[in-house]
Design a protein around this ligand. Structure first.
Ligand SMILES: Cc1cc2nc3c(=O)[nH]c(=O)nc-3n(C[C@H](O)[C@H](O)[C@H](O)COP(=O)(O)OP(=O)(O)OC[C@H]3O[C@@H](n4cnc5c(N)ncnc54)[C@H](O)[C@@H]3O)c2cc1C
Length: 379
């Protein structure tokens, strides 16, 4: 294992760090207030190539491997959680399926416009009755001539409002259970595709999560992603990759919270001296730094394993579980160090606190990650 970061990645990380500090952080309060990411900011991210991180260069992307993508996700994780989620979902579960499982024709058709950010990607597995029990889908896809007709409702889908290209899982043969699920590339412009209720959430403001309603939605047969009946396996592969990316974003958030806490502890005076001089504060900082470093080692190692084509189902579950729970512990300590100011909207800590919570739920809850780890150990 060699985690020496190549020069070009150091430069790319630096430019993303500057971008988030100079352009995203200052407007985070506005995103919170309006629950909207301004179009100019998304355009800026498009110009910087941040929508094509792991899309191969031949289709207009940056062609980063998993470690490269995680290094950039780490920088994005340092800023506004909604902004990071839009980019994270697109570069993760929104495009990974087409990149890894698409036919050459599907890649030619979809990837260039997704790499430029002209079309934003999303992933639609979850339904009202199929959350953790993700194989229990009710959305059906019935073959009629040269197309499939989709009917059903997905919910909690990230990027559903701004997204254009969706990886959708639907049941093609109910009698086969999980082996009767197929994945499709579905465009928002296809007839019968509707966006339903947009949820009011605790955090991740600006990253809209909504229902998708398919009413006799016609999908051409050439839009089957992978093989018929392999949709559930495809979903698990996409989610495995996505979990490593979430962990990298959580790692970035922990690094930012540590930096903010160190700065605050040095400048906040109580009892005539900076609170950084109190051992209670120092111990919190030490624990935050140690856990962040462990998360970093895990993220880089699992990303490296992905790049070696090694199986990572267990490791991806471990790193997602550890990094998301670390984020929760780190933000809690960051808020404690900031005292009452940490609770105020004036400081970013309360936003990170709300945004941290979802990471223990989406792309598989902490309990489901433990189930995956345990079943790998016991098989
Ligand atoms: C903001 C947000 C964005 C999302 N984005 C997307 C998206 O883009 N695409 C998509 O497809 N989905 C998305 N989701 C859905 C998300 O992946 C699910 O919410 C998640 O998988 C959990 O499902 P659930 O909410 O139905 O909870 P449930 O499955 O109902 O779980 C409830 C509780 O029971 C526990 N539980 C359930 N089964 C078990 C078990 N076998 N063992 C132990 N504990 C168990 C869970 O861990 C949890 O604590 C999103 C959700 C949110 C909130």
């Amino acid at each position: 294992m060699d985690f020496t970061i190549p020069e070009e990645m150091i430069l790319m990380k630096k430019s993303v760090r500057e971008f988030v500090e100079e352009q995203v952080d200052p407007i985070a309060p506005e995103i919170e207030e309006k629950d909207e990411i301004p179009a100019w900011l998304l355009d800026k991210a498009k110009e910087m190539g941040l929508f094509g991180l792991s899309i191969p260069e031949e289709y207009g992307g940056a062609g980063l491997n998993m470690l490269g993508k995680c290094l950039i996700f780490e920088e994005l994780g340092r800023t506004h959680g909604g902004f990071t989620t839009v980019l994270g979902a697109h570069n993760g579960i929104g495009t990974v399926g087409i990149v890894n499982l698409g036919t050459p024709e599907q890649k030619r058709r979809y990837l260039p416009s997704m790499a430029s950010g002209e079309k934003i990607g999303a992933f639609a597995l979850t339904e009202p009755n199929a959350g953790s029990d993700a194989a229990n889908l009710r959305t059906t896809a019935v073959k009629k001539g040269d197309r499939y007709v989709l009917n059903g409702t997905k919910h909690f889908i990230t990027n559903s409002v701004i997204g254009q290209v969706f990886t959708v899982m639907a049941v093609t043969d109910k009698s086969k259970g999980a082996r009767g699920i197929t994945s499709f590339i579905v465009e928002k412009s296809f007839p019968g595709f509707n966006v339903g209720t947009v949820e009011k959430k605790m955090g991740l403001r600006g990253a809209h999560t909504a229902e998708l309603i398919f009413e006799d939605c016609e999908v051409p047969e050439e839009n089957v992603l992978g093989k018929e009946g392999e949709g559930f396996i495809n979903a698990l592969k996409i989610l495995t990759n996505g979990r490593v990316g979430i962990a990298a974003r959580n790692l970035g958030a922990c690094g930012k919270l540590l930096d903010l806490s160190i700065d605050y502890a040095k400048q906040r005076i109580q009892f005539g001296r900076p609170i950084a001089e109190f051992q209670a504060i120092q111990h919190m900082l030490a624990e935050m730094a140690m856990e962040t470093e462990v998360a970093r080692s895990m993220v880089y190692r699992v990303a490296w394993m992905v790049d070696q084509n090694m199986p990572v189902i267990k490791e991806a579950a471990m790193v997602k579980l550890f990094a998301s729970e670390t984020f929760g512990r780190v933000v809690d300590k960051a808020l404690q160090i900031h005292g009452g100011m940490g609770y105020m909207r004036e400081f970013p800590i309360e936003r990170f606190y709300r945004d941290a919570r979802i990471n223990r739920i989406f792309e598989g809850t902490s309990e489901i990650q433990k189930n995956i780890i345990a079943s790998s150990l016991l098989k």
